[in-house]
Design a protein around this ligand. Structure first.
Ligand SMILES: *Cc1c(COP(=O)(O)O)cnc(C)c1O
Length: 399
């Protein structure tokens, strides 16, 4: 053992998958070896078993695996007959794919600002964005916090709109006790490795309670084909493979435990951050069970921007970026999800949005910082993150 002053300072990454592998690696290797030896790599019982287990866990009757979360959104839009000429409402403060999938389906994304407390689509602003072309709403359960599904479903019913939930960051989260992905016409999940339920590669899945939609999804993921080599429509090649499915079946058994570990970590962060000037801890809606895909604070140490210029922030007064650099210098990883809102992305310049259109999304993009968060983050490492934040926040205010 080294005494604290001589210990090599190990870094604390924003996320880490090797600890999880250390714990369940043997189980994964046994199961994947069986699939490798079986010779059945696409489709088959392994995939069907995972789909059934996932549907049961999410409180739905149908689950259709596919290649990625992006494809899940794209397939859901296609299966609900949404395409060219249609408008789909979503959030400007999300991972790009929420909007990109709308464009891939040939429809047009229409953005509605977020509410600042939970970073999710502001349901009070949805109705003003509805036009005769509007066909669907894609609420995003960002960072693992469910969107206000009761209100969003009521708006959708009143205007006869479809709802496709982007559950990529929220596997296991609930709203009023009901799992996300079971409210809308479809729920779209991503199994990207760092998501709450992650594969060892890409993967995704669509949930639905409608057997006809499920049938269409199964056809679309396989070249629009129901009977082999007879194609009903243009589809995609977007299947979940058997190796990923067997890995996901095993990991699904740990999902609740991992989400609980994330909740315990979030609880400790929350208590500590409440006492740190300039940092705003994320809040949880009374109707929500949050699964903390990210623990995302707002950095407002320079709420007084005039003061910010004179201390070690950059010229725009972005203390957040200074804080991130200082943490990095101490070996503490953090991430900015997301630095540029969807409406200001180069790829969407043709939509005609400009700076100022969605002030809360823009403010969030300037203020957010996601701290290390993964189930295996231990208390000592977390304490180090908290101490560093405290010291830096005090240093920033004093300089
Ligand atoms: C990860 C993610 C996606 C896309 O999932 P992939 O599996 O990476 O294609 C979509 N939406 C959100 C909000 C995400 O976080």
């Amino acid at each position: 053992m080294c005494s604290s002053s001589e210990c090599p300072v190990t870094s604390i990454p924003a996320f880490n998958l090797t600890e999880q592998y250390r714990r369940i690696g043997a189980e994964l290797e046994t199961a994947t070896a069986k699939v490798l030896a079986s010779g059945g790599y696409i489709g088959g019982q392994t995939v069907a078993d995972f789909e059934a287990a996932f549907a049961a866990a999410m409180g739905v009757t149908e689950a259709v695996g596919c290649n990625s979360g992006t494809d899940a959104l794209h397939l859901a839009l296609r299966a609900l007959d949404i395409g060219p000429g249609d408008e789909v409402i979503t959030s400007p403060f999300t991972f790009f794919a929420s909007a990109e999938a709308i464009s891939l389906a040939g429809a047009t994304p229409v953005l509605v600002d977020i509410e600042p407390q939970f970073f999710n689509l502001d349901y009070r602003q949805i109705e003003a964005a509805i036009t005769p072309r509007t066909k669907a709403i894609i609420p995003v359960h960002l960072f693992g916090h469910p969107a206000a599904m009761s209100e969003i479903m009521a708006i959708a019913r009143a205007h006869n709109l479809r709802v496709i939930e982007d559950c990529a960051q929220a596997t296991g989260a609930t709203w009023q006790g009901q799992p996300v992905g079971s409210f809308g016409d479809c729920g779209c999940f991503s199994f990207y490795p760092t998501k709450n339920l992650g594969a060892c590669g890409d993967g995704g899945l669509v949930t639905t309670k409608n057997p006809e939609v499920a049938d269409r999804l199964r056809s679309l993921r396989q070249h629009g084909m129901r009977v082999r080599y007879y194609h009903d429509e243009i589809g995609l090649n977007s299947r979940l493979d058997a190796l990923q499915a067997v890995i996901l079946s095993i990991k699904l058994r740990y999902l609740d435990e991992w989400n609980q570990q994330r909740q315990a970590i979030a609880q400790r962060y929350g208590e500590a951050i409440a006492a740190i000037p300039g940092l705003v801890a994320p809040s949880v809606h009374a109707d929500a069970v949050h699964v903390w895909h990210q623990y995302t604070v707002r950095v407002q140490a320079c709420g007084d921007r005039s003061r910010c210029v004179s201390h070690p922030c950059d010229r725009q007064g972005l203390c957040r970026d200074w804080l991130q650099q200082q943490l990095q210098a101490q070996g503490i990883g953090s991430m900015i999800y997301y630095p540029v809102p969807v409406h200001l992305q180069q790829a969407y310049s043709q939509l005609g949005y400009k700076t100022g259109d969605f002030p809360e999304a823009e403010r969030a993009a300037q203020e957010v910082l996601s701290l290390p968060m993964f189930p295996e983050l231990n208390e000592d490492d977390q304490a180090r993150v908290i101490t560093a934040l405290k010291d830096l926040a005090i240093a920033a205010v004093q300089s």
